[in-house]
Design a protein around this ligand. Structure first.
Ligand SMILES: NC(=O)c1ccc[n+]([C@@H]2O[C@H](COP(=O)([O-])OP(=O)(O)OC[C@H]3O[C@@H](n4cnc5c(N)ncnc54)[C@H](OP(=O)(O)O)[C@@H]3O)[C@@H](O)[C@H]2O)c1
Length: 305
């Protein structure tokens, strides 16, 4: 049996949907059953409840599992959550743990300067020493994070980010889900690290233009200071640790200035890379503010965690 954790979240729900689309049974771990409405009707999907921080809740989820895709949120508890989960998985004789990690696309990104990247590195080291076979997925920024800018885009026709002329190479979560499916269902990925970016390194002016073309309304990039952006994140209700971590992330991106595209993993698995223009067209209703961003297929608005 294959288990996906974080199954109510952005990448986790996409991977579960990919299994359902391919007609392959999968088990989906959620900690809040009420949020799993959208996963419930999917063919072949067994929903189990449990909290990765509380191993005693994981016994039913891990019973009979030989491979797991480990995902949890990027918040301050990620390190403890995933190390606790690795211990529980090893105790339950899970043979292969695929870690959903991350890798920023900017050239020379220093993982020590951003809390989540630092935690991912620590978790990876813990996993390598766990005795289980492992694989690491390292996607760059998700294209879906631009949905967080929809309120500004709708209200003012502006994409406001503290990035100057920095380029980023965001990747579509659906592309990552296809790779995750292949890694979990075919042999030969033990000890492999799979980085992924999208197919273009975009300035935010170019990203705004793609959104504008998709929605048929002017959208222009406005470079704002990091302090102003942090203030608007706080006003939007982001928790303080998240505001701090995003500050670290954007400061490092702005310092470095440019990204390099890496499509080696797309090519290795025969996945056609989704362009930002295609992504924006597919989600034009979200960028117009007409449709809510749905994390789970029939489900709930994203909470942007
Ligand atoms: N955002 C990006 O651009 C990006 C890029 C590359 C990599 N990543 C990585 O992708 C991962 C997912 O990030 P995300 O922002 O997409 O998260 P997300 O949508 O919030 O998904 C995380 C999921 O993990 C679940 N979870 C958290 N703690 C748990 C626990 N103790 N037990 C069981 N489930 C738990 C959450 O459950 P609830 O639904 O109940 O909260 C949520 O469904 C992170 O490791 C992040 O670093 C993100």
């Amino acid at each position: 049996m294959i288990l996906i954790t974080g199954a109510n979240g952005r990448p986790g729900s996409a991977v579960v949907r990919e299994f359902a689309r391919r007609g392959r049974p999968v088990r989906a771990l959620v900690r809040e059953p009420a949020k799993a409405e959208g996963l419930r009707g999917l063919p072949g999907v067994e929903i189990v409840h449990g909290d990765m921080l509380w191993p005693e809740t994981l016994e039913p989820a891990l019973a009979g599992v030989d491979r797991v895709l480990m995902i949890s949120g990027a918040g301050p508890l990620m390190l403890e959550t995933q190390c606790t989960f690795i211990d529980a998985a090893v105790r339950a004789s899970v043979g292969h743990i695929v870690k959903f990690s991350g890798k920023d696309s900017t050239d020379g990104f220093d993982n020590e300067r951003f809390r989540s990247s630092r935690s991912h590195e620590q978790i990876q080291r813990y996993l390598y020493a766990s005795g289980a076979a492992w694989t690491v997925l390292q996607p760059s920024q998700f294209m879906h994070v631009y949905f967080e800018e929809v309120p500004d885009i709708v209200a003012s026709g502006e994409l406001r980010l503290p990035l100057g002329d920095t380029t980023l190479a965001p990747v579509d979560i659906d592309d990552i889900a296809k790779v995750a499916y292949a890694v979990l269902t075919t042999p030969g990925h033990e000890g492999a690290i799979y980085p992924m970016t999208g197919p273009e390194a975009l300035t935010m002016t170019e990203a705004a233009r793609h959104i504008s073309d998709a929605i048929g309304k002017p959208v222009r990039y406005r470079d704002v200071s990091l302090e102003d952006k942090q203030r608007s994140w706080t006003e939007a209700g982001y928790p303080a640790p998240r505001v701090t971590a995003f500050g670290q992330l954007f400061a490092e991106r702005r310092r470095l200035g440019r990204s390099t595209v890496d499509l080696g993993t797309h090519e290795r698995f025969g996945v056609e890379p989704t362009t930002f223009a295609e992504f924006a067209r597919r989600h034009a209703g979200v960028f117009r503010g007409d449709d809510q961003y749905i994390v789970t297929p029939a489900g709930r608005p994203g909470d942007g965690t």
